[in-house]
Design a protein around this ligand. Structure first.
Ligand code: NG6
Ligand code: CA
Length: 508
């Protein structure tokens, strides 16, 4: 069965490739350069309602919209998890987060999350002849238990299939505040080594907690340890001064690297994971964007990200690559306002609705936690459309394996290439969401949230609802987008069936 599927996938690839050849430059026609380039642009905490093509009227994002309007805008697109690490893990590994004990928000000094030797999205594309790269936020752990930040930092992206990496070591609110280029911290002076701890401060170093007078941005909760660039972070660090990033420049740094990457690899098929850091905290726009949205820094950094995406798209145009480059744009989890700093996210929100009418948000089992903008552009093959197929980031591995004639060896990734390219309106039939044992389950238009203990609200700062309840919850998202009517009691049979299906997925 598996091999018939594989054969069918290969055929589809050759059909797509042969159709594509008409638009190619005949003189440079070889099998490898007919493969479409693949770019995944991945925002951090961007909500369904933060994009104007998804309904935002207060925040206008012309460049995200370019992708949506020139490609397929999915209105049922999902990350697997309402937080960063597990969503990223699933997208790159094709494995649901609950299968990994450690696939939860990781500290900045956590070892690499991936199991050695397992197929990943980048390793699969590397095997298919692609040059693979990751630029931007990582947050998937680095090194092993004995990793020394001043030495070779591995295993990391290079060991799971990326040929090139230029990453923020963890998150912009977690130390160390550095970029790692391939195996080394970029710009580190060996005479000023960096030290990192998540246990205790280094003697003589100020902290946000003890030295608020040194801060330009104050924490609302957490984020009161080492100070860098006037912002206190999670975790302690000392030294490495020449390598520390400047938050205001981060967007430009990743854009520059991404443009360079596509210039360097324009003559071979490439896969780029362009991992934006916006609008995650701390939200520090470049001065060019400060105050531009009228919604405070959260809005400003979204405009900054939109601009960077526009610049990147222009570069693809300039290089003549846009036509045969697949762009997937999505976000790792839903939106949040106060996520740890006093940055006016709540006070300046005005009429803007980051959740776009969905319930919950980042950290939540309700829909806005994982239901995110999701668009796919491929001018050579895709006709612009809006699709309501159920699609998930976890499916990129199997779908692109099908596209490039590779075998999908991951456990949970499904081949939904036809849905992603608009050939079919049928995506996944079902999808498990969440992390660990805290999950919800979408099937068709329905979503089941099994009973979970815990608070109703994340905490007094992060006001998103958790979605936890001791009662069974079932919603019909088609009729009840905002999850206001729990219909579990009216559909005991469906609930029983869905619970069994969750068990079957878990035991797969
Ligand atoms: C939380 C942080 C939050 C953010 C999140 C991870 C505190 C109080 N909150 O623990 O600010 O960093 O982790 O976000 O520290 S994610 O998008 O990378 O998953
Ligand atoms: Ca995130």
């Amino acid at each position: 069965m598996q091999s018939i599927k594989h054969l069918a996938n290969l055929c589809l690839f050759f059909i797509l490739v042969n159709c594509g050849s008409k638009t190619e430059n005949k003189s440079s026609e070889t099998n490898s350069n007919l493969k479409p380039n693949i770019v995944v642009i991945y925002a951090d905490d961007l909500g369904y309602g933060d994009v104007s093509s998804y309904g935002s009227t207060e925040l206008i994002t012309p460049n995200f919209d370019r992708i949506a309007n020139e490609g397929i805008k999915f209105i049922n697109g999902y990350a697997t998890s309402p937080t960063c690490t597990p969503s990223r893990f699933s997208m790159l590994s094709g494995i649901y987060p609950f299968r990994s004990r450690r696939a939860k928000i990781l500290p900045g000094n956590a070892p690499l999350l991936f199991e050695a030797g397992k197929q990943t999205l980048p390793s699969m594309l590397h095997d298919a002849g692609y040059f693979t790269g990751v630029i931007g936020k990582w947050h998937l752990g680095l090194g092993d238990e004995n990793m020394n930040w001043n030495d070779d930092i591995k295993p990391g992206p290079r060991e799971i299939g990326f040929d090139y990496s230029y990453i923020m070591a963890s998150t912009n609110d977690r130390v160390p505040s550095v970029y790692v280029k391939n195996h080394r911290i970029d710009g580190l002076d060996p005479n000023d080594p960096i030290e990192v701890s998540y246990q205790k401060n280094f003697e003589g170093e100020p902290t946000g907690k003890e030295n608020p007078e040194l801060l330009k941005l104050h924490p609302s909760h957490g984020h009161n340890q080492s100070i860098h660039n006037g912002i206190s972070r999670i975790g302690y660090m000392r030294g490495g001064k020449s390598a520390l990033f400047i938050d205001e420049d981060m967007s430009d740094d990743f854009l520059k690297e991404s443009k360079q990457f596509i210039n360097d690899h324009k003559d071979e098929p490439f896969f780029l994971f362009y991992s934006l850091h916006q609008p995650h905290v701390p939200r520090i726009p470049h001065p060019r964007f400060a105050g531009k949205s009228g919604l405070g820094p959260r809005g400003d950094v979204i405009l900054e990200a939109d601009w960077a995406v526009g610049e990147f798209l222009d570069e693809l145009d300039k290089l003549g690559l846009a036509e045969n480059t697949i762009i997937v744009f999505s976000s790792d989890n839903g939106p949040v306002l106060d996520d740890g700093y006093h940055d006016e996210a709540e006070t300046k929100i005005g009429d803007h609705t980051p959740k776009g009418g969905l319930r919950g948000g980042k950290y939540s089992l309700f829909d806005a936690g994982t239901h995110v903008p999701f668009m796919v552009r491929w001018p050579a093959k895709i006709k612009p459309a809006v699709s309501n197929a159920l699609v998930c980031q976890i499916d990129l591995t199997a779908s692109f394996a099908a596209l490039t004639g590779q075998e999908n060896k991951t456990v949970d990734s499904e081949n939904i290439l036809d849905a992603l390219t608009g050939v079919s309106s049928q995506g996944r039939k079902n999808l498990l969401l969440g992390q660990g044992n805290i999950t919800s389950y979408r099937k068709g238009d329905y979503v089941l949230i099994p009973p979970h203990k815990g608070n109703k609200i994340i905490n007094k700062w992060v006001k998103n609802e958790t979605g936890r309840d001791l009662n069974m919850q079932l919603y019909n998202l088609k009729e009840d987008r905002g999850q206001q009517n729990n219909i579990a009691a009216e559909h005991p049979e469906m609930v029983r069936e869905m619970l069994e299906e969750i068990e079957a997925i878990r035991n797969k």
